[in-house]
Design a protein around this ligand. Structure first.
Ligand code: PLP
Length: 390
């Protein structure tokens, strides 16, 4: 009999950690390992944002804030959602500022789903969604997209997995790991399924600002969707603020009221001075966001070009986010987990097996380009020479 709650049945340790453990072991043996496994921007947080945080700290702004968030930050988030996403929300009633986008997703899942409910998640997608559904006592149902059509979403694919228990769809747009940005047709397919089957949509838009092609469409802005969509976003990726832990969720008022209760009874509020940094990010100059985006685009091109010169690898150029999702089907090694371990031992490069992101990614590996050019060039060289020795 397990000593812990039954909700942990089916929750695996994050698969990305297995690679980190092996990388740490090799480093301890003195090996130099290049890390293309994580998705953390390597840039420092822009100076004007850090200055806001420091000023808040030195000014004694170190106390609790309202659970929903600082009123000025809520207003700034409301302005952002209107300006960038075409969403008209009442921030004092519909937005909750959270310690991380991850926590905003958790609040969303906890609030909308419970035992007996199903959360439909198209995959490949980020590793934490199924675990969040299970923590809420619900069941994740994975809808694998096909590598053969570039992991594009269709209405049919979603409808195939619906059951009378489906309560919500969780869409990651732009997507980690595929880098796809929803087209207007795909966004309408999601909205159509939600409207016709009376479902909620939770949309994770954390990579909105790290986009190289395509328009960003927020599903909540589509006709009839505002009242059934929770939009999650945050500061980690676009503003290089991963360690600050700051995000938010915009939801219909009745849903937001319940999300606020989960926040009140768990973390209380996001950090006070952290929220002041977030205010600086939204109200301050946006040039640093564009500079980082352009740098990622350059690195993306460098990595895609380098990998495409290696026989056996097929690496489409992603539209957004920080990852190349590379098809290894031509290498003769069909198992991405085995390939990833081999790459780590032979090339000393850490990447992530596509299978970590759910069904659909069984022939793929994910390589992050959130790291400097020198590391990316060396990683390509190392992978190339290791594969020549295959
Ligand atoms: N959503 C996706 C798709 C991510 O890839 C990540 C981080 O890797 C997050 C959410 C987490 O964002 P935050 O740092 O705000 O919790």
């Amino acid at each position: 009999v397990s000593r812990v709650a039954s909700r942990f049945a089916g929750i695996e340790k994050s698969p990305t950690y297995a690679i980190l453990d092996l990388a740490a072991e090799l480093r301890a043996q003195g090996e130099s390992i290049l890390d293309l496994n994580g998705g953390e921007p390597d840039f420092d947080t822009p100076g004007h944002i850090t200055a806001e945080g420091i000023e808040a700290l030195s000014g004694g702004f170190t106390h609790y804030t309202p659970s929903r968030g600082l009123p000025e930050l809520l207003t700034a988030v409301g302005d952002k959602l209107l300006r960038d996403n075409g969403l008209a929300v009442d921030p004092a009633r519909q937005v909750v500022v959270t310690p991380s986008a991850k926590h905003a997703l958790f609040l969303s899942v906890m609030t909308l789903l419970g035992p007996g409910d199903e959360l439909l998640v198209p995959t490949p997608s980020w590793v934490s969604y199924p675990a969040m559904a299970r923590l809420a006592g619900a069941e994740p149902v994975l809808a694998p997209l096909s590598a053969d059509n570039g992991f594009r979403l269709t209405r049919q694919l979603l409808e195939q997995r619906l059951t009378p228990r489906t309560r919500a769809l969780l869409i990651n747009n732009p997507n980690n790991p595929t880098g796809n940005v929803l087209t207007a047709d795909e966004a309408e397919a999601v909205a159509g399924v939600a409207r016709d089957h009376d479902l909620f949509v939770i949309t994770d838009e954390i990579y909105e600002k790290v986009r190289f092609r395509g328009e960003h469409l927020s599903i909540a802005a589509l006709p009839g969707m505002a009242d059934r969509t929770v939009t999650v976003n945050g500061f980690s990726k676009g503003y290089a603020m991963t360690g600050w832990r700051l995000g938010y969720a915009a939801a219909p008022e009745d849903v937001s009221a319940q999300m606020l209760k989960v926040q009140q009874h768990t973390v209380g509020c996001a950090g006070s001075f952290v929220q002041r940094g977030g205010l600086g990010a939204l109200r301050g100059p946006q040039e640093p966001v564009e500079e980082m985006r352009a740098a990622y685009e350059f690195r993306r091109d460098l990595l895609v070009k380098g990998l495409s010169g290696i026989p056996g690898l097929v690496c489409p150029s992603p539209d957004a986010a920080l990852y190349v999702f590379c098809d290894i089907g031509g290498t003769g090694c069909a198992d991405p987990t085995a390939f990833t371990s081999w790459l780590l031992r032979e090339a000393k490069v850490a990447v992530t097996p596509g299978s970590a992101f759910g069904p659909g990614g069984e022939r793929h590996i994910r390589l992050a380009f959130a790291t400097d050019e020198q590391t990316l060039r060396e990683a390509v060289d190392r992978i190339h020479s290791a594969m020549e020795r295959l």
